[in-house]
Design a protein around this ligand. Structure first.
Ligand SMILES: NC(=O)c1ccc[n+]([C@@H]2O[C@H](COP(=O)([O-])OP(=O)(O)OC[C@H]3O[C@@H](n4cnc5c(N)ncnc54)[C@H](O)[C@@H]3O)[C@@H](O)[C@H]2O)c1
Ligand SMILES: O=C(O)C(=O)C[C@@H](O)[C@H](O)[C@H](O)COP(=O)(O)O
Ligand SMILES: [Zn+2]
Length: 365
C-alpha cells in the first residue's frame, strides 16, 4: 500500500516485443520523471488539457529548469481532444519544435488526454517514447495503463489508434483533489468493472461505504485504485494486443461505446460503462449464464455510488447498428463479454436478437 513517502510500484510485463514498465501510485511523484525520460532526450512535449493549464505549464517549466527543451501543448478538455484535428495540431507542434525519435512526450490529464497523447506518440515518426501522468481516477486505474491509445471518429469510439505502451505511469493521488465529483464517480465505473471481472474485494470495499468511495478522502481510495491497476496490469501483461484475454476489460463497453457515439461523446465514458455493465449483467442473466444475485448486485453497487443504470429505450435500433462495428465483432457476429459468475468473465457470441432486446428492456426507459 502507498504511503506519503513510498509509492506503490506495479509491474506491467512487456509482451509483443514491448518493454516492461511500472505504474507508480503515491504522492509527489514528479521527481521520477527525469529518470523515465532518460538521458537520450533533448526535447519533451507536455500534452495537457485546458483544465490543467497551470499544471501543464508548471511541468514544462520544471523540465526546462532541468535542461530539456520543453514545450507545452494544450488540447481541449475531455473527448473534444480525441479527434484527428487535435492530433494533427499536436503533430504540427512537434514538427515545429524539431521533435526527433529520441525525444519524449508526457501525457498529463484524464483518459481522453492520455489516449490522445499516447496516440500522438505512437504515430509521430512511427513511434516515440511517452510517459503517462493520469490525473483522474479513470485515467489511473484504466486508461493510462496498457498501451491502448487512440481517437474517436464520427462513426465510433476509439476507431483509430495503436497499441503503444508508455515507458512509465505516474499516478499522483493529490491530483484527484481538484477533480469534479461527477468525473471522480465516473472513474468508479471502471473500478467496479475490475471488481466484477476479477477482484470482488473491490466490490466489498465500495459496498461497505459507498459515500466514502465517492471522494478522494475516502479510507479506501488508494486500495481501490491499486487493486484496479493490478487487475489491468495482470491482463495486459499477458495479452497486450487483445488476442483473447484482454477482451475481458471490455466488460460493459459494447453498449457503452454505442451510447457515447449516440450522445456525440458528451457523456462521460464511465457513465456509459455503468449503463453498459447493467446491460451486460441482464444479458448474462437472460442468456442463462449469470445468477440472479450477481446480476442484481450490479444495480445496487452502481446505484450506490450515483452511477446511471438506464438509457432511452427508443434508441435501441441505432445502438444495435453501432454495436455491430464494435472492435470485438467478427464479420456479422456480435460478441459481448458477460459473466459466468462473479469474477468469471467469458465471451457470449451471436446472442439471439430477442435476448438482446429483452436485456435492453431492463435498461431502457
Ligand atoms: N486507453 C484505455 O485503455 C482506456 C481505458 C479506459 C478509458 N479510456 C478513455 O478515457 C477517456 C475518459 O477518461 P476520463 O474519465 O479520465 O475523462 P476525461 O479525460 O475526459 O477527463 C474528464 C474531465 O476532467 C478534466 N480533468 C482531468 N484531470 C483533472 C483534475 N485533476 N482536476 C480537474 N479536472 C481534471 C479533464 O480536462 C476533463 O474535462 C475516454 O475517452 C475513454 O475512452 C481509455
Ligand atoms: O484496456 C482495454 O483493453 C479496455 O478495454 C479498457 C476499457 O476500459 C477502455 O475503455 C478501452 O479504451 C476500450 O477499448 P476499445 O478497444 O473497445 O476501444
Ligand atoms: Zn473503459
Amino acid at each position: 500500500m502507498t504511503t506519503e513517502q513510498t509509492p506503490t510500484r506495479i509491474h506491467v510485463g512487456g509482451t509483443a516485443g514491448t518493454d516492461p514498465y511500472e505504474v507508480l501510485v503515491g504522492r509527489q511523484l514528479l521527481g521520477e520523471l527525469p529518470g523515465l525520460i532518460g538521458d537520450q532526450a533533448k526535447r519533451v512535449a507536455v500534452i495537457h488539457p485546458e483544465a490543467l493549464a497551470e499544471t501543464g505549464e508548471a511541468l514544462r517549466q520544471d523540465l526546462a529548469d532541468q535542461g530539456y527543451e520543453a514545450v507545452a501543448i494544450q488540447v481541449p478538455n475531455a473527448e473534444e481532444a480525441k479527434t484527428a484535428e487535435v492530433a494533427a495540431y499536436c503533430w504540427k507542434a512537434l514538427g515545429q519544435s524539431g521533435f526527433t525519435r529520441s525525444d519524449v512526450i508526457v501525457g498529463v490529464g484524464g483518459g481522453a488526454s492520455t489516449d490522445l497523447a499516447g496516440f500522438v506518440a505512437a504515430t509521430w515518426l512511427r513511434g516515440v517514447r511517452w510517459i503517462a501522468v493520469p490525473t483522474t481516477v479513470l485515467g489511473m486505474v484504466d486508461a493510462a495503463v496498457g498501451g491502448k491509445t487512440g481517437i474517436n471518429t464520427a462513426e465510433g469510439k476509439n476507431l483509430v489508434g495503436a497499441f503503444h505502451p508508455p515507458a512509465g505511469v505516474l499516478c499522483d493521488l493529490a491530483a484527484l483533489d481538484s477533480l469534479p465529483v461527477n468525473d471522480y464517480v465516473s472513474g468508479l465505473a471502471e473500478i467496479i468493472k475490475a471488481g466484477f471481472i476479477a477482484d470482488p474485494a473491490i466490490l466489498e470495499l465500495i459496498e461497505a461505504d459507498p459515500e466514502a468511495a465517492r471522494t478522494p478522502a475516502g479510507a479506501h481510495t488508494a486500495e481501490l485504485i491499486e487493486r484496479s491497476i493490478r487487475v489491468k496490469a495482470e491482463v495486459v501483461s499477458g495479452d497486450l494486443k487483445e488476442a483473447g484475454l484482454r477482451e475481458i476489460l471490455n466488460y460493459g463497453h459494447t453498449l457503452a461505446h454505442a451510447i457515447e457515439k449516440n450522445e456525440r461523446y458528451k457523456w462521460r465514458h464511465g457513465a456509459a460503462v455503468s449503463v453498459g455493465m447493467h446491460f451486460a449483467a441482464e444479458l448474462g442473466r437472460l442468456a442463462g449464464r449469470l445468477d440472479d444475485a450477481t446480476a442484481d448486485r450490479h444495480r445496487t453497487v452502481l446505484e450506490s455510488v450515483g452511477l446511471p443504470l438506464t438509457y432511452r429505450y427508443d434508441q435501441w435500433p441505432k445502438l444495435l447498428e453501432t454495436m455491430k462495428v464494435d472492435k470485438k465483432s467478427r464479420g456479422d457476429l456480435l460478441r459481448f463479454i458477460v459473466l459466468d459468475g462473479l469474477g468469471k468473465p467469458t465471451v457470449l457470441e451471436g446472442p439471439d436478437p430477442a435476448v438482446l432486446l429483452a436485456a435492453f428492456g431492463e435498461v431502457g426507459q
